[in-house]
Write a protein that binds this ligand. Structure first.
Ligand code: CU
Length: 249
């Protein structure tokens, strides 16, 4: 059985370590959140991902503090004193403790994978008022709309659910607009999809988030989120330009 600290001195050690773990968690948690800016905020789908990311940061801060505070406390407080040449107390394993530190992480991993799957499901299902196909290839992107308009930049109307279908011409790539939140892989031979409802007007950068060869770093494209009227006007302009092009051929 797990022996609970009996003496006053033992309990005091646990109280101090417990308090230090709490302080360590808070300090490290806020520090990590400060140095790891979570850009995702420009789409409806960004919020749950942002929340999940922060949850992970707090868990990481807690686990790190738990391990490091216990270790440093034991190293410092129970260090060998000068002129003390006696043998340390001998003890073997603690079954209860081992069961606890196996079961607790297991439960945490299961809970987090469940939340992860739910969050991802939210990002890969939903409305599809606007449709656009994004094709990835070494090392660029091409966009096309159901009416035949093709473009080197992706233009979407703000606050409208969009269905982005993804295809790769060669190797595995990954579609990621940091401000939107979710990432989705492009797998050769498969069509994957992403549902995004952009909520912020502006220019964003699409980046490939899967190492895909020599010029992976430069595999970016411009994404413009515009008011609906501007989107309609852009689409008409593109359609007209494309029609004159085909007519003059
Ligand atoms: Cu790529």
């Amino acid at each position: 059985m797990l022996k609970l600290p009996q003496s006053y001195a033992d309990r005091k050690h646990f109280l101090i370590v417990g308090a230090l773990v709490v302080i360590g968690t808070i300090v490290l948690g806020f520090f990590l959140l400060a140095i790891l800016p979570i850009k995702a905020q420009a789409s409806v789908q960004a919020e749950p991902i942002r929340w999940l990311f922060q949850l992970h940061i707090w868990l990481i801060a807690f686990l790190f503090s738990l391990v490091v505070v216990f270790m440093l406390y034991a190293l410092l407080v129970f260090r060998r004193r000068k002129h003390d040449d006696s043998e340390g107390e001998h003890f073997e394993g603690n079954t209860a403790l081992e069961v606890i530190w196996t079961v607790v992480p297991l439960v945490l991993v299961v809970i987090f994978s469940f939340i992860g799957v739910q969050t991802l499901r939210g990002a890969t299902s939903g409305g599809d008022e606007v449709q656009v196909k994004a094709e990835g290839f070494q090392w660029s992107w091409a966009f096309s709309y159901p009416n035949g308009v093709t473009s080197a930049e992706m233009v979407l109307p703000v606050n409208k659910p969009a269905l982005i279908t993804l295809q790769s011409r060669d190797v595995i790539h990954s579609f990621w607009v940091a401000e939107w939140g979710p990432k989705q892989d492009l797998v050769p031979g498969m069509t994957t999809s992403l549902h995004i409802t952009p909520t912020e007007i502006g220019e964003f950068q699409l980046a490939c988030a899967e190492l895909c060869g020599l010029s992976h770093w430069s595999m970016t494209a411009k994404i413009r989120v515009v008011p609906e009227a501007e989107y309609t006007a852009w689409m008409e302009e593109m359609l007209a330009a494309q029609n004159t092009q085909t007519a003059s051929r």
